[in-house]
Design a protein around this ligand. Structure first.
Ligand code: HEM
Length: 90
């Protein structure tokens, strides 16, 4: 309430794995991004990127390339904020 951002809950996130025509969403640093537009450009390849799809990829991302500025790269792909508890949003 009173926030311009979509509040993304676990049940919403797990439907967004990039399969069956859905976009792939990923939690990074408490924000939720649609990573689908970036899949064809990811230097590590699409499948590698999609390991974090429909999940909180923060830890995995940080293990692989903590120097990559995902906030800048994905600013236009921001979906909303990560709310790791169920609400009545979906
Ligand atoms: C490179 C994995 C998410 C941007 C790589 C590489 C791997 C990888 C293995 C190395 C490729 C190589 O050198 O051959 C992953 C995994 C992700 C993920 C498992 C999911 C959590 C992302 C996201 C972004 C991103 C969300 C940007 C928004 C990049 C960039 C490189 C890279 C820029 C090149 C980095 C460099 O060479 O310094 N990734 N990636 N990746 N990835 Fe990711």
């Amino acid at each position: 309430p009173n926030s311009p951002y979509l509040r993304v809950t676990p049940s919403m996130l797990k439907k967004q794995k990039g399969r069956k025509g859905t976009d792939a969403w990923m939690v990074l640093g408490g924000k939720v991004y649609n990573v689908s537009p970036y899949v064809p450009f990811h230097p590590g390849g699409g499948p590698e990127l999609l390991r974090g799809a429909g999940k909180d990829g923060t830890k995995l991302f940080g293990e692989v390339h903590p120097w990559v500025n995902y906030e800048g790269m994905l600013s236009a792909c921001l979906v909303g904020i990560w709310v790791p508890v169920e609400e009545d949003n979906d």
